[in-house]
Each structure stands twice: as C-alpha cells, then as structure tokens.
Design a protein around this ligand. Structure first.
Ligand SMILES: [Zn+2]
Length: 510
C-alpha cells in the first residue's frame, strides 16, 4: 500500500453513433457534466443506500479522492460534429492539466460507450485516450468500463490498463459494470499502481444487436462462461465486446479481453473465450422472426392477433437511426385495407418539427396538407405528402411537441394514424401513448421505430415481427456498403481464421 487513498480523475464522451445515417449528432444532443460533484452524481451506486446507492459504492466512494473533469453523454445518433468534439477534447485535456497542477494523479477512469463516430476520425475513443495519455503520462493507471457494443482498437488497448464491458444485452448491468471497472482501477492504484497483464484477441465478426441478446443463444452461453474464467487464479476480469456494426471503420469487430496478475492465465482465458466466440460465429440469429416490411405487413393484415407489432428496425433511433425514413409510412398508406379503414394502423413515430408545428397551428380537430418525414434521411421514398386531421397534441421533454395525425382520403378518415415529433424519440412506454390519448393495444397494427421491443411493448403485442427495413442502422449489414472494415469478416465473407496464440495482443505487467 504505497498510495492508501489514490487520486482518480474521471472524464469521457459516451455516444453510439452510426456512420451510415445522414443525421449528425452535435453538442445540443448531449447531457454534459462538469466538475467533481456533478460527475460523481452520475453514478447511482455512489448515492446513499437509502437513495438507491450500494453498500459497495459507499466503500468505493471513500476509497479514493475523485476529480471529475467533464462527461458528456447522448442517445445514439450520427457522427459527432468534429468541432464539438474538438471543444470537449480540449476541455478534458485542460481540466487534467489543472488537476495535475494541484497534485499527482494515480488513476484515470475513461467513462465511454466505445462506439463514438466523429467526423474525420476512424477511432474517436483512441484519439481521445492517446491525447489524454499525452497529458497524464505513461505511469497513471487508466481504467475503462464500456458498452459491449463498443470497439476495442489497438490504440485504446495500448493506452488503457484495465478494460471491461457489460455482460448483458439488454444492458441491465450497466451501472454494476462501471462500479466494477472503477473498483478494479482504485484497487490497482491502491496497491501502488503495478500494471496487470492484459491480453486482447479480436474475432473478425460484425453482428447486429438484434442477433446478440444475452437472453438467447449463443450469446447467453458465451457470456455465462465469464464467471468461471474470472474465478481462476491470477485472472481479474474477462470481457466480450460484440463491437459496433454501423460504422465503416477498421476497428469495428468483436473483441475478447482479459487482465490480471498472471500473464499465462490471462492469455489462456482470452484465447479460450475468443475461441468459443469463433466457434459460435455462424450461430447468431435474430431475436424475432424477420422479413421485409411488405412481408411483415402481409402477415399482420392477415393475422387475427391484435395488436400486431412490427419493428421498423433499420431506422431505430435507439441504435442511431435518423428517425424519419418513410419506407414504412408509404407502404402503410398504400395498403387498401388500411386506406378503407377495415384495419386500423399506427405509425409511431417520425421526427418532423415542421409537421408538428403545422399540427399545432391547425389545433386538435384541424385538417391540413402535410409533408411528413424524409428530411434527414431521404431514402425510399423521401418526404411523403398526406392530408390529415390533428387528433391529439402534447409536449413532453423526450419528444418535444408531438402530434397524432389521422390520415384522410379526401375528407374521409382512413385507418392510419401517424405520430410526428419535434425531437427524435422512442415510443417505448404506456405513458407516452397515453399522453396522446392512445393505447399500445388500441390499434390492429402498430409499426414502431425500434429493434427488439421494450417491456411495455412486448407485453402489449399479441404478435411481433422484426422488419428488416432500409436505414442508417439497417440490420441487413451486407447491403449497407462497408468498405473500410478488416477482411475477411463475417457476414461479408464466408469464413474467418480461428483465434491462435500468435494473434494475442499483450500488454501491461510492468
Ligand atoms: Zn449497447
């Protein structure tokens, strides 16, 4: 114990951003925290136990002196505007210089998602951590706790000493993972800062999240192997990164990483788990039955299951989609049973501040001619003209102004209602539907811009299909047009080499 109470700085930028959507994320999309008090408040485990904190979180809070610098996080989106990234990068570096001017640092916690795309950069997190290393120097221990959909580039691996990620998708263990990552960093710094051995094995496979839920095989069994590996002597942590499929960057691929005190045990754990991932490389399947939107709509119209839900997965804003493609809307409009009002259908939602504004001017009960969607992502067919009656209006922090529009055929109401919003949003809760006087079960067919359904949706749906629609987060990866990823790579190539000892990247131990 050379440093009984280590001094740990915290900073990071956390976003998952697609390079295949025309949408650009900017500072306005982020929640930014500056300074120690604001940043420590981000971690629920640090809160008093009565307020939802953990006992272990209280111990961890006392175990170190924390210096919060800057943390920015956003919902998934498009590439971050380069100028906004540059401003935050400089604020983080100058904040670290100021912290070092006061007293030395023992550790740095890099709080990131791991799939941030920034205009002009191939490895944004690698760029940021390399610059941070330039300020804090080679001796400060660096730990990170990431989303399993992040990427581990060689640069990120080189500059971080302790790397871990979530073990569940959906991410029920997000805070548990950050607590574990921070605790491992504080403990290593408390022991005097000796670096653990680390081993990284990349597995060249790209998988959409909708194929890698840890509720189903093969991901379930792969992640279930981790506790057995970390129980081994000399192994502290072992992780699997699925990686991020919707960026055209050389770093995008699955990764298995282990760290701990025993170099041989760490190597063996990483190679063993990477081999298991490789053995499962052809076994990943979608969490739900899939089809084109036309196939899904045919089945929904013919079905007796009501409501029948369809996920417009290629434009899911929760993964980084623009939230305004009109592929599904145009097909719903063209469907005769819906146009005639024999089948009721809801399309929820499209971000379209202009249409939400026009609906506000018209007021509830007002009728007008709208041009909906297709302004951010104009692919097939782009903005759609329709005549509609405003049936409900609302304002909520998540959606901004929201309007429900009942589509008209001449002056006759059709069976189709479409919701437009001022902000990108995901309609995942009963409460959001109720605010517009609607219910998740109040339509024969509900088309939603989502991947896998969230709990309220899943419970409401009598049946559900995942439509493989075009968009910035198209689940059909092969047609997206990746050009800069490593090859061979599954699913773009039929086969990839097996992990082998000469493919292990090593570090630490000094
Ligand atoms: Zn994720």
């Amino acid at each position: 114990m050379t440093t009984p109470r280590p001094r740990i700085a915290i900073a990071g930028i956390a976003i998952e951003s697609s390079t295949f959507t025309p949408y650009r994320s900017s500072a306005a999309d982020f929640e930014v925290r500056c300074g120690t008090a604001e940043i420590l408040e981000r971690y629920p485990f640090f809160a008093p136990v009565a307020d939802g904190g953990t006992e272990t979180g209280q111990v961890l809070r006392e175990a170190a002196e924390y210096v919060g610098v800057l943390h920015a996080r956003a919902l998934p989106g498009g590439q971050l505007v380069g100028a906004d990234y540059a401003v935050w990068k400089e604020e983080i570096l100058s904040g670290l210089r100021a912290a070092l001017a006061e007293a030395p640092l023992d550790g740095f916690f890099f709080d990131i998602h791991g799939a941030m795309s920034v205009e002009g950069l191939d490895d944004a997190e690698g760029d940021l951590i390399a610059a941070i290393r330039g300020v804090i120097g080679p001796d400060v221990l660096v730990g990170t706790a990431m989303d399993l959909h992040g990427n581990v580039s060689e640069v990120l691996f080189e500059h971080c000493d302790l790397l871990t990620c979530y073990r569940h998708a959906p991410h029920i263990d997000a805070w548990e993972t950050r607590e574990r990552g921070l605790r491992d960093l504080v403990e290593a710094a408390s022991r005097g800062g000796a670096r653990p051995h680390k081993a990284l094995v990349h597995v060249p496979i790209l998988l959409p999240g909708e194929k890698t839920s840890t509720r189903i095989e093969p991901a379930k069994s792969l992640y279930a192997r981790i506790p057995g590996l970390t129980a081994r002597e000399g192994v502290t942590d072992v992780s699997i990164w699925i990686g991020f499929a919707w960026a055209d960057q050389p770093r995008c691929k699955a990764a298995v990483l282990a760290f701990g005190e025993d170099a041989d045990a760490v190597d063996a754990a990483a190679l063993e788990l990477a081999t298991a991932v490789w053995q499962a490389r052809h076994d990943f399947e979608f969490v739900a039955p899939t089809g084109t939107f036309e196939e899904c709509l045919d089945r929904a119209v013919a079905s007796t299951a009501r409501p029948f839900w369809i996920s417009d997965s290629g434009d899911n804003p929760g993964a980084g989609g623009a939230d305004d493609t009109t592929y599904c809307l145009s097909r719903l409009l063209a469907r005769e049973e819906i146009r005639a009002g024999e089948v009721s259908a809801l399309m929820v939602s499209l971000v379209d501040p202009g249409s939400a504004g026009l609906a506000t001017e018209l007021g509830v009960g007002g009728r007008g001619d709208f041009t909906v969607g297709g302004r951010i992502d104009a692919r097939d067919p782009g903005p759609v003209a329709l005549r509609a009656e405003v049936t409900a209006l609302d304002d909520a922090p998540g959606t901004g102004r929201a309007a429900a529009l009942r589509v008209l055929d001449g002056d006759t109401p059709t069976g189709l209602t479409v919701v437009v919003t001022a902000r990108r949003s995901q309609w995942a809760s009963h409460e959001m539907f109720a605010r517009l006087g609607m219910s998740m079960t109040g339509f024969d067919i509900v088309t939603v811009k989502m991947g896998y359904l969230e709990p309220d949706q899943y419970e409401s749906a009598a049946d559900w299909l995942l439509a493989l629609t075009p968009g910035g987060v198209d689940q059909d990866l092969v047609r997206l047009g990746h050009a800069r990823i490593d090859r061979p790579m599954i699913p773009f190539d039929a086969e990839i080499p097996a992990p082998a000892p000469d493919r292990i990247l090593r570090g630490g131990g000094a």
